[in-house]
Design a protein around this ligand. Structure first.
Ligand SMILES: Cc1cc2cn([C@H]3C[C@H](O)[C@@H](CO)O3)c(=O)nc2[nH]1
Length: 221
């Protein structure tokens, strides 16, 4: 990776359904020089001052999903604005997929009420318009819902034990719809989960070279 210190790191968000292999890719990227990886703060969600908000959300989404998603949004904002010593900042998911995939699903399926959704969206609009959040590349791990369902059961996270296939299909469809829009905050790189992590990394590095070149050009201008 680039040795000269960039004044603003190149930020990559790795997106994908639950169990789509993000952690495997992130762990491989973490071994690369000049890369700092910021995993999803799931541990904060599972222990917020002694309360497991993730478990509460899965047990009773109508009662707890707004609380859970507002805490997710806070913890993701904190990562977006967190200083990074490396030139390449890799995040697991983003404030964007929180809003366009998970919250959208909860609202569409009636688990989050309209006023809850509207208050959430006002926070989201302020955060994305006024906090100076910048993303340079969105990497999407595209995987079939039946494939991720198998992986989730193998991984065995207790809170996720009863996730129905329909939920994974809804999230899959919302990822496709969100990433199909032309209003994305950054260019999109779609990776298939039947690629090896090495192939995924070289595809990402190719895109990084283009972004670095653009940075060089714009810094000369
Ligand atoms: C950004 C974001 C991540 C995220 C994860 N989750 C859930 C899905 C998984 O079961 C678990 C860890 O990703 O949290 C969620 O409900 N809403 C989310 N929003």
């Amino acid at each position: 990776m680039q040795t000269k210190r960039l004044n603003r790191p190149i930020t990559i968000c790795v997106e994908g359904n639950i169990g789509s292999g993000k952690t495997t890719l992130l762990n491989h990227l973490a071994t690369k020089k000049g890369v700092e990886v910021f995993e999803e703060p799931v541990n904060k969600w599972r222990n917020m001052r002694g309360k497991n908000l993730l478990e509460l959300m899965y047990q009773d989404p109508t009662r707890w999903s707004h609380l859970f998603q507002t805490y997710v949004q806070l913890t993701m904002m904190q990562i977006h604005v967190q200083p990074c010593n490396a030139n390449i900042k890799v995040m697991e998911r983003s404030i964007y997929s929180a809003r366009h995939c998970f919250v959208e699903n909860l609202y569409q399926t009636g688990k989050m009420s309209e006023p809850e959704y509207n208050v959430y969206c006002e926070w989201y609009n302020m955060a994305t318009n006024q906090l100076g959040i910048s993303v340079d590349l969105i990497v999407y791990l595209s995987a079939e819902p039946t494939v991720v369902q198998k992986r989730i059961l193998e991984r065995g996270r207790s809170e996720e034990a009863s996730i129905p296939l329909s939920y994974l299909q809804q999230l899959h469809a919302l990822h496709q719809r969100w990433l199909g829009q032309d209003t994305l905050p950054a260019p999109l790189l779609v990776l298939d989960t039947d690629m090896t992590v090495e192939e995924m990394c070289s595809a990402i590095e190719e895109h990084l070279a283009v972004i670095l070149e653009d940075r060089r050009q714009s810094s000369k201008a």
